[in-house]
Design a protein around this ligand. Sequence first.
Ligand SMILES: [Zn+2]
Length: 268
Amino acid sequence: MFFRYQGEAYDRRFLPRLTTKEIAAMDKEDVLLVLPVGAVEQHGPHMPVFTDTLLGEAMLAKAFEHLPENSSIWLLPSVSYGKSTEHAGHPGTITLSAKTLMAVLEDISSSLARSGFRKLLLFNTHGGNADLLGMMAREIRITTGLEVYRLDPGAVGYSDSFTDEAEKACGIHAGDVETSLVMATCPGWVNAELAPREMPNFPDSRYFSFRSRSFAWVMDDISGSGVAGDATKATADRGEAMLETAGPLLAKALLHIASFDMASLKNG
Ligand SMILES: [Zn+2]
């Protein structure tokens, strides 16, 4: 069970628990700030609309348990709302427009730069945010001078050994992985009896590759239930195992990013 504002991340590494004086006094040279960006959007008939934001916080809470005590990595409060326009029209979806999310990210990052910080990581748990965050990472780099990094938890492969090929190909929304994770995180928030299985017919073609985003879709184009994946397979035990796997993998990624030296990119 995940408790917000408890555990290592919130007790020791949640930046806004400090006073302005304490933040002023921090040695910010090597500090990496982690900004979780989630979403509030429909997640099928069985899961809460808060799923993406909840899972971002739960995974980071796990990751922070695996950071050394002296690490310079600090957690920021989540941007709870994302760009979920592909789920608009489904009750409970609360979406920011692309413009609004861009403005929110600009304002947060310029505030961080003014506070003297130098490194920012955008930690994203909603696929619909990914393109915008990729673009904004560079914009923020240009407008604020911050070093900006991107990490989506799927990139560390925490669920690879728990899912079959069909789920890997089609389980992109409210399927086995997300449902198992929410069952492990907040068991009372999932109604497993209502969990559907719906696998979209993603074309197997180099010209219409789903993964490389070669076509645009909204949720109603690919799913009738609001789910893409097999949520009937989900169990709390596997969700717990996925979280336990994610913790050290994400901690390793965070440490790697925190110690990265941008100056090392240039040869000449
Ligand atoms: Zn989700």
